[in-house]
Design a protein around this ligand. Structure first.
Ligand code: COA
Length: 376
């Protein structure tokens, strides 16, 4: 075979897509043509989900109908059998393992599980988008031995998740911040988890299988797991005055600094500035801006010394931490949002499918002689 090997599929265009556009040189991100800066200012996560799935902004009537079904208790609540399964898991199971297992198990309870039609996949996408926040919150309560909090159909997805997780109403700034974080994480073109979802969907497998694959890919520290690693770094640094020395030593030791660099962006990730602003506002509200101060110093040094810039994962954890969310829930929160994009990718893949099956350049032996086991 003579094709050139592109390590990590870098810059390989594997398909057309009308969902998401990234300009890595200018630092722009569009969902269905709309700049995320405009969406952050004017939209809501629920509207962004509609946009990703339907390709256009909804009318008031369409949005109301969409929100009604997405927020209904019947859509949000978990089947009792799933709660039994969650309670059977060892308490040390990490939230991402629980999420991967839970989403896979939800297919066993889904009335459309075996139906891959566009209509059935859209119904399953609504259910999964509504159920995943309940699943994430339920595990947090179960592992801490606390009673589960029932979903409230009157609350937005952001407000309801925070209420189910923490067992009390969130402030207006917390809800706004969380809603913006959900909008910013909703899709990102052919990233590793969306690609994993599309590879699975392209075998004409179902939505739950594709999203289970995607969650497995998101879990890794080079993808969604980076936000947790950033917070572990902040905790190690401890105080703003220690940040400069700590990061200079890390760079001298050739460490990979989480929350920086990107396969596509050559400038700062356009999502980072929104999360930086909101993390600072939340920190100010809570009277603790330590996390953002540490991260700003780290960002200044890494940008100057390495010319790599903050990505979406640098500031999200500081915002979540200010809301009292445990660090190992940061990546499941990424999935609460990204399920919208994964579902859009599965529907787009199914609408115009071709099996995704690349080749390898073989480097192993070609004429090995088989020696029976007792003569080796
Ligand atoms: N810290 C230190 N160096 C980094 C870096 C980081 N976060 N990201 C990239 N680099 C350096 C690499 O060491 C490499 O340098 P070299 O050519 O001297 O060896 C160069 O930049 C290219 O890195 P590479 O890993 O080949 O690029 P990639 O496109 O495969 O990597 C990421 C993209 C996202 C995996 C990478 O930037 C990374 O590991 N970032 C940290 C994890 C993270 O925040 N992930 C979330 C992404 S949204």
């Amino acid at each position: 075979m003579s094709s050139e090997v592109k390590g990590g599929l870098e810059d390989v265009v594997v398909s057309t897509s009308a969902i998401c556009f990234i300009d890595g040189q200018k630092g722009r991100l569009l969902y269905r043509g709309f700049d995320i800066d405009d969406l952050v200012e004017h939209s809501s996560f629920e509207e962004v989900v509609y946009l990703l799935w339907h390709g256009a902004l909804p009318s008031r009537k369409e949005l109301d109908a969409h929100v009604k079904v997405l927020s209904a208790t019947a859509t949000r609540k978990l089947p009792p059998g799933l709660i039994v399964l969650l309670r059977a898991l060892p308490k040390k199971t990490t939230p991402m393992e629980v999420l991967r297992t839970g989403v896979s198990a939800l297919s066993a309870f889904d009335p459309d599980a075996a139906d891959n039609s566009r209509e059935a996949t859209a119904r399953k996408a609504v259910r999964l988008t509504a159920q995943i926040p309940t699943l994430v919150a339920a595990w947090e309560r179960i592992r801490r031995g606390k009673p589960l909090v029932a979903p409230n159909p009157k609350l937005s997805l952001a407000a309801n998740f925070l209420a189910m997780l923490r067992g009390g109403a969130a402030t207006a700034l917390e809800v706004k911040t969380f809603d913006v974080a959900l909008m910013l994480h909703a899709d990102h073109e052919f990233n590793a988890s969306a690609f994993a979802a599309r590879v699975t969907a392209a075998t004409m497998s179902d939505l739950h299988s594709a999203i289970t694959s995607a969650i497995g890919a998101l879990k890794g520290p080079l993808h969604g797991g980076a936000n947790e690693q950033v917070m572990r770094m902040v905790e190690q640094i401890g105080a703003p005055e220690r940040a400069e020395g700590w990061i200079r030593k890390a760079l001298a030791d050739k460490a990979r600094v989480m929350g920086f660099g990107h396969r596509v962006y050559r400038v700062e990730d356009p999502r980072a500035k929104h999360l930086r602003r909101l993390a600072l506002e939340l920190g100010q509200q809570a009277g603790n801006t330590r996390y953002v101060e540490i991260l700003n110093t780290v960002a200044r040094v890494v940008s100057q010394e390495k010319h790599i810039y903050p990505n979406v994962d640098l500031y999200s954890g500081a915002a979540y931490k200010s809301m009292g969310i445990p660090t190992d829930q940061f990546t499941p929160i990424f999935a609460i949002s990204r399920v919208a994009g994964w579902a859009a990718h599965v529907m787009e893949q199914h609408a115009n499918n071709r099996l995704i099956r690349p080749r390898a350049e073989y480097t192993g032996p070609t004429h090995a002689t088989y020696v029976p086991i007792d003569r080796r």
